[in-house]
Structures are given as structure tokens and as C-alpha cells.
Design a protein around this ligand. Structure first.
Ligand code: NIG
Ligand code: FE
Length: 402
């Protein structure tokens, strides 16, 4: 297109975790999209008159996609970290009014401005680590005003930072104190007021639930899924994190984009996910923080061909970890993914867990969301946890880092 700036990276090793591209490659970006990806030997056949040389050598990957975060929240939970070190477990803390409910109090007290200010450095850290798309959930407001407040903050972060923010309504995250004795009445509120308002105001791109003994039953989650469907919103679900309630199979029946955590997932759940095209989102940061020992069924997921995504689950309780590249390392070390699988899990498969294939890939016509790394070989990205290796981050065709 005339007037569109075109940039060329030459002699790069391309690594998207999906396909092997032996030998050095050339990547041309025109405006907001990837125009062409060719082996260096074929560069001459491209019309690259007037193209600006943007870089040579190194490793190029898609921009990282963190498809599961709780980045907007008030306060912190360092006190619970100390309690857990003394042997009190996550569920016990939650049952005693801590956990999500502790963050609920701090989040309700915070203004939109406060929440934005608190989330901004976390988001900046992720951007500096190579993130170009991040999903952000609500779930610490648990009433109409405070859930919408969280989603507005998430939207504003996406407007003010060079990153794509995808929002998810997680009003069914925990039973708020006002409904302690009547969680069904809270689900009524979610389905009749909070979800419709979020949909009406265009604040949510998807709807999520926490299906667990300490949160909501499968029957309650199903009501939320039905309401989401009525409002045309796709669903996701926190399932089989602490026990197996069959939440993944239920979510898959509603065509869920993803089922997340899934340490306790069984064969029936995997088969249902495969049939529905639901992505399994593994969250090694929560596994590590909670000292979980039940491994997610990685081999069975692979055998069935269920796509596996990796995310930070960045949140103040179960995963206060805001470094996506650390998750690549943890996915390999803790879950035995290969570096290629881990990267696919934080790019193409993560994009799919957000319902998109427009980004997260290095291919002609895809969005030019890219990372150019100071590395010699792709596996180094997951192998070492070493900040400072990102030379350039390209978001929507614009170099925003390096
Ligand atoms: O993904 N599982 C439930 N929700 C979050 C934890 C939220 C919290 O502890 O604040 C998770 O692990
Ligand atoms: Fe989560």
C-alpha cells in the first residue's frame, strides 16, 4: 500500500514453536501486518525497494501472548505467603476469609485511578519481557460496581499502553461475603445483572468461572455459561485446579475457548476438550507457588491433540509472578514441555485460547506482533531466565522497545 512504511529483518532465526524453518530467514513488515516471510536465499525475489532495514541476525518469535492474568487488583498477600510457609494451605486460608476475599476488600476500597496505578508497573514489566497481548480478568470486585470498575481499568490499560488487552468477566470467582449463606443468590446476581451490564457496556470479551469446592459448583457454573451464551460471549473456566469436579467437560460442552489449570483433569475431560476444540491452559506459576504435586496430564493432552497454552496466572495469591518468559522455563522444567511447545503455548495456542488466530504467528498477513531476541538458538529462550535479551518488541508493526 502506498505510503506504508516497510521494515526488513534479515538473517533471523524464526521460532514460533509450530513449524521448523531451517536456515536464516527474512521478515518484511508493512504497516501493521507481516507482509512476507522468506528464506534469505529468496530475498532477492521480493520487491524490497525502499524497505527500511530494521535488524540482522538473532532470533525472532511472535510477540508473547499471556492468555490468563488477574493483573488488576488492590493490595497484596505477602502475609498469606508467610502463612503458607508455615504450613497453612491455600484452601484453608480461603475458607477462613483470606485468599480471594482478602484481595476483594483491598480492590473494593481502591479507586479506578488507584487500581490503574498499581497495575501499570506490572503491565510494563510484562511488556518489557516481550508481551504484546495480555488477557486481564475481573474477579476481585464481586458486585456490579466493582466488577465493572476492574474491567474499565483493564480497558484503560489497553488504551494507554502499547499492548492488546483482552478482558474477561470473572464475577463467579468466589462467593462474596454478602452472599456467604446463599451462593445461588449471588449466581442470580451474576447472571441477571453483572454479566448483562458488562456485555451491554462492551467491557468483557469473554466470561470465566472458578469451578471448585471453595468457589462454585458445576451446576452454578453452568448457569453462568448459559447466561454468557445468551449475551453472545465466549467462555473460559478455572477447572480441576484443586480437585476434579468435571468442570472441563462441562465447559467444553459450552464450547469453551479454554479450560485453565487442569492438574486434576481426567480422560473424559480431555476427550470433551478435544471434541470442542478447547485449549488447555497450563499455569506453572500457580503450580509452583502452591507447591502442587499433581501434574497436569500433559502426555494425554498431547496424545489427544489438545492444544496446550502457557500463561502466568499473574495474581496476588496463587501466582504473584509477572514474568512470562519465566513461565516458558517453568513449563519445561515442571511440566516437561519442550521449549518449542512452551513457546507455541505462549503464542499461537494462547491466541487461540483468546479466540483469535490473527496474532501469535509469524506468517504472511498476520498482525506484526513480534519479538526480536539477542539469542543464537531458540531453546535459549526457555532455558535461561535472563532479562535483557529482548532487542526489539514490535507491536502492530511499531517497534516499541530496543
Ligand atoms: O487462577 N483459581 C482461582 N483463581 C486464581 C487465584 C486468585 C487468587 O488467589 O487471588 C488462580 O489461581
Ligand atoms: Fe486464574
Amino acid at each position: 500500500m502506498q505510503g506504508q512504511t516497510r521494515h526488513l529483518w534479515r538473517d533471523v532465526t524464526l521460532f514460533d514453536g509450530l513449524q521448523q524453518r531451517p536456515g536464516p530467514m527474512a521478515v518484511v513488515v508493512a504497516g501493521e501486518r507481516i507482509e512476507s516471510v522468506v528464506p534469505m536465499a529468496e530475498l532477492d525475489r521480493l520487491d524490497h525497494a525502499g524497505v527500511i532495514e530494521a535488524g540482522r541476525g538473532g532470533v525472532m518469535t511472535p510477540g508473547l501472548v499471556d492468555c490468563h492474568t488477574h493483573l488488576v487488583f488492590g493490595g497484596h498477600r505477602a502475609d498469606e505467603f508467610e502463612q503458607r510457609l508455615e504450613g497453612v494451605d491455600y484452601e484453608t486460608i480461603a475458607r477462613n476469609g483470606g485468599g480471594i476475599l482478602s484481595t476483594l476488600r483491598a480492590t473494593r476500597e481502591a479507586s479506578e485511578h488507584d487500581l490503574f496505578q498499581a497495575a501499570a508497573p506490572r503491565l510494563q514489566a510484562m511488556i518489557n519481557d516481550g508481551v504484546t497481548t495480555v488477557e486481564i480478568k475481573s474477579g476481585y470486585g464481586l458486585n456490579l460496581a466493582d466488577e465493572l470498575k476492574m474491567l474499565r481499568v483493564a480497558r484503560r490499560l489497553g488504551e494507554d499502553f502499547p499492548v492488546r488487552v483482552v478482558t474477561t468477566l470473572l464475577a463467579a470467582h468466589a462467593v462474596p461475603p454478602e452472599y456467604a449463606d446463599d451462593s445461588d443468590a449471588y449466581i442470580d446476581l451474576v447472571c441477571r445483572e453483572i454479566l448483562p451490564a458488562a456485555a451491554r457496556e462492551g467491557l468483557a470479551d469473554a466470561v470465566d468461572v472458578f469451578c471448585e469446592h471453595i468457589a462454585f459448583s458445576p451446576a452454578q457454573c453452568e448457569r453462568v455459561f448459559a447466561a454468557a451464551r445468551q449475551h453472545g460471549l465466549p467462555i473460559k473456566a478455572h477447572v480441576e485446579q484443586l480437585s476434579n469436579l468435571g468442570g472441563a467437560a462441562l465447559a467444553a460442552r459450552y464450547g469453551a475457548l479454554s479450560a485453565d489449570h487442569v492438574e486434576y483433569l481426567d480422560e473424559a475431560g480431555i476427550a470433551a476438550m478435544k471434541q470442542a476444540g478447547t485449549v488447555a491452559v497450563l499455569l506453572p506459576g500457580a503450580f509452583y507457588t502452591l507447591r502442587e504435586t499433581q501434574q497436569p496430564p500433559v502426555d494425554a493432552l498431547r496424545r489427544q491433540g489438545v492444544p496446550i497454552a502457557i500463561a502466568t496466572d499473574a495474581n496476588p495469591g496463587s501466582s504473584p509472578l509477572f514474568q512470562p518468559t519465566l513461565m516458558l522455563n517453568m513449563a519445561c522444567t515442571l511440566f516437561r514441555l519442550t521449549p518449542q511447545q512452551a513457546l507455541a503455548g505462549m503464542t499461537a495456542h494462547a491466541a487461540r485460547a483468546l479466540g483469535s488466530n490473527a496474532y501469535g504467528r509469524i506468517a504472511d498477513g498476520a498482525r506484526a506482533d513480534l519479538c526480536w531476541w539477542d539469542l543464537q538458538s531458540p531453546a535459549e529462550l526457555a532455558y535461561a531466565v535472563q532479562p535483557g535479551r529482548l532487542r526489539q518488541r514490535i507491536f502492530n508493526g511499531e517497534v516499541t522497545h530496543g
